[in-house]
Design a protein around this ligand. Structure first.
Ligand SMILES: *[C@@H]1O[C@H](CO)[C@@H](O)[C@H](O)[C@H]1NC(C)=O
Ligand SMILES: *[C@@H]1O[C@H](CO)[C@@H](O)[C@H](O)[C@H]1NC(C)=O
Ligand SMILES: *[C@@H]1O[C@H](CO)[C@@H](O)[C@H](O)[C@H]1NC(C)=O
Length: 429
């Protein structure tokens, strides 16, 4: 009798255990559902404090280093724009011309010694040429950054009268850089941002011998039990390298204090810095769960730069709110209309009003909007009314053929019909 009772008791215990396991399983499943799908997440932590003024930011190449570098530069490469009246300027060259030579850079890398590569890139200033030789392995990344910057510019301005078109010459951006407009402010910023982005990532990926993962300090507000130390994007190196490489062309010329040229120099330097800071501003602390089957028992965090689109959006906002400045007699920039707020280091500055981008004027870098496709129903910048500057538009019917009514046949083929549909394409007169 007692034995039977015991057996009943045991089976009760077994039942309980099974039930417990089941309940736990359900709980576990619930918990799993609560967790985000991806096991990396972004912490709303303050981004790196890089707000030290430009002069205090540690420079990779100090001005004294540069002075000796420029002294060693043969005079065969004269500065491109010395003392020529503005109207007679040849098109300004642009370091962004490095977008092209990626293939060339990879080639002579192992050749070492006096590679002719850097001397051959039209668009580099004397100082940039020297830095190109010193940091040859960085150049593909600089080129990649420039390309990302240009692509982002064209995306951001796809609906604008000025659409950031590039030119097949050493100026890359065409004559718009002759005018100290807000468009020039944007291209300088987005180009510098592209290089910071590209170099910081290259460091993290181990693609450059002179830098590695970020060694940024742990953010103070990071939860104590989270580990700081994943391999982060090396923003600091990217920032400093870009500062050295992109700014050197502005620093190597000296202009009369308070002159237009000096104002332009200050404007470019400011906008380059704003571009670099945009990358910093958008950098986030990102964390990842580790542990058995994603149990998140261990969390590591690092600095991660944002997708370049986010940086482009941010800079586009800065373009929309750019501040007009002028250079004063003491050689400082000051805001033209004192009613406006003082711009910060993150804001874009310009000295001159933009040319009229409605009409083609190649001397001013305006392609005009003739032939641009526009949207008849849109009231925005891409609408035919605004984009065509009131000149009206042509409508063309085009037929497009596409696959339609696709059916899936078991197994495994897809059969479609071809449908054609007519579409009205509007282009500016
Ligand atoms: C960043 O640093 C500057 C000076 O180094 C300081 O004044 C500022 O408060 C800091 N900002 C933040 C958000 O910590
Ligand atoms: C910009 O517009 C011009 C016409 O004005 C066009 O030829 C060019 O392809 C456009 N560029 C881009 C990048 O959309
Ligand atoms: C044109 O603009 C309208 C209104 O903004 C929008 O709904 C439509 O998708 C646009 N068409 C194209 C082809 O972009």
């Amino acid at each position: 009798m007692a034995r039977l009772k015991m057996q009943g008791c045991w089976s009760l215990v077994a039942l309980l255990v099974v039930a417990l396991i089941l309940i736990q399983g359900v709980e576990g499943a619930k918990e799993k559902r609560k967790r985000p799908k991806k096991n990396t997440f972004i912490v709303n932590s303050a981004p790196i404090n890089f707000s030290a003024p430009v002069s205090e930011a540690p420079a990779l190449f100090t001005s004294t280093t540069y002075a000796s570098v420029s002294a060693a530069t043969p005079s065969a490469t004269p500065p491109t724009t010395a003392f020529v009246p503005q109207s007679m300027l040849p098109q300004p060259t642009n370091w962004m011309n490095l977008v092209e030579p990626e293939a060339e850079v990879v080639g002579p890398l192992n050749g070492g010694g006096d590679t002719p590569l850097c001397a051959n890139v039209v668009g580099l200033s004397a100082g940039q040429r020297k830095l190109c030789q010193l940091y040859l392995d960085h150049m593909p990344w600089v080129g990649r950054g420039a390309r990302a910057g240009i692509a982002e510019c064209q995306w951001q301005f796809r609906d604008h009268r000025w659409n950031c078109s590039t030119f097949q010459d050493a100026s890359v951006m065409g004559p718009i850089h002759n005018i100290a407009s807000r468009e020039a402010a944007f291209t300088h910023a987005v180009g510098a941002a592209g290089v910071v982005h590209s170099v910081a990532r290259a460091c993290r990926d181990g693609s450059l011998s002179s830098c590695g993962c970020s060694r940024a300090r742990r953010p103070r507000d990071l939860r104590r039990d989270w580990i700081w130390g994943g391999c982060g994007d090396n923003l600091e190196y990217g920032y400093k390298f870009t500062q050295g490489f992109v700014d050197v062309r502005e620093r190597e010329k000296t202009h009369k204090r308070g002159s237009r040229e000096q104002g332009r120099q200050l404007m470019n330097l400011h906008n380059n810095e704003a571009g670099r800071r945009a990358v910093i501003k958008k950098t986030k602390v990102t964390c990842k769960c580790h542990g058995v089957s994603g149990s998140c028992s261990l969390i590591t965090c690092w600095h991660q730069i944002a997708p370049f689109r986010e940086i482009g959006d941010y800079l586009k906002d800065k373009y929309d709110g750019a501040t007009e400045v002028r250079v004063n007699k003491r050689g400082r920039l000051q805001i033209k209309d004192p009613r406006f707020n003082m711009p910060t280091a993150n804001d874009l500055l310009y000295l001159s009003e933009s040319p009229n981008y409605c009409v083609k004027n190649l001397a001013l870098g305006s392609m005009g909007t003739y032939g641009r496709p526009c949207n008849r129903t849109s009231h925005g910048l891409d609408g035919c009314n605004l984009l065509c500057c009131g000149r009206g538009y042509n409508t063309q019917k085009t037929t497009i053929r596409e696959r339609c009514d696709c059916k899936f046949h078991w197994c495994c083929s897809v059969e479609c019909r071809t449908c054609s549909r007519t579409l009205d394409i509007h282009t500016c007169k």
